[in-house]
Design a protein around this ligand. Structure first.
Ligand code: SAH
Length: 208
């Protein structure tokens, strides 16, 4: 498939990640009017003024997480549910948090239709994480902030990995991977690539 070849060419080599990309039909996660571009390597608009991330960025974030089959993974920013669906094929359990109820409900329906029943969609302010489901082996933040919300490090298991875009809300951010050491020690951090995410907005969305 052309799409997988494009991902491999861009440097995604983890076979489990490529397999997950193969198993998730991205066309189900985009609006009907954008379906013809579902397998192009580009972000696309979704409801509530948000975006489904570019597939290469989803793949690179997923690869950087080094997920093992026993893991419990937290995603902040459900959006379309596409990243959550990829995670669902790699981890034992996925919790994904979205501040717009509309997006959360649409994502939940798509995930159910694909029989991905190891995903829990939570409508809440993701800057606070999902304390009722913590701790997590892996955390991925799919919206940009000037710094990673401290609550998320608190909910990461020792040895756990967190991947997040850090930088200005409108503009280019750096994708960082953090590895938590023992409780209290500052995490190790490495910079992965430049990205452009929609902003992480504190609080639950009021109307939608
Ligand atoms: N991972 C998504 C794309 C995410 S776009 C996908 O695969 O389609 C970023 C999402 O983060 C948006 O849906 C936005 O509403 C959500 N978001 C922004 N701030 C948030 C917050 N504080 N808590 C939860 N979700 C948030």
């Amino acid at each position: 498939m052309q799409f997988l070849l494009a991902m491999r060419r861009r440097g995604i080599h983890d076979l489990r990640v490529l397999r997950a990309l193969e198993l998730v039909p991205r066309d189900r996660f985009v609006e009907r009017e954008h379906a013809e571009h579902a397998y192009a390597d580009q972000a696309l608009p979704i409801d509530c003024g948000q975006t489904i991330s570019q597939p290469y960025v989803v793949a690179a974030m997923t690869e950087a997480l080094q997920i093992e089959p026993s893991h419990k993974v937290l995603e902040i920013g459900t959006g379309s549910g596409y990243q959550a669906a990829i995670l669902a094929h790699l981890a034992a359990q996925v919790v994904t948090v979205e501040r717009y109820r509309t997006l959360a409900e649409e994502a939940e329906r798509r995930l159910r239709d694909l029989d991905l029943d190891n995903v829990t969609v939570v409508v809440a302010d993701g800057t606070l994480g999902a304390p009722e489901h913590a701790p997590f082996d892996r955390i991925v933040v799919t919206a940009a902030a000037a710094e990673v919300p401290p609550a998320l490090f608190g909910q990461l298991a020792p040895g756990g990995i967190l991947v997040a875009p850090v930088g200005p809300a409108s503009g280019v951010q750096s994708l960082y991977r953090y590895r938590k050491r023992e409780e209290g020690a500052p995490p190790e951090r490495d910079e992965l690539l430049s990205v452009r995410f929609v902003p992480l907005v504190p609080g639950k969305a009021a109307a939608l």
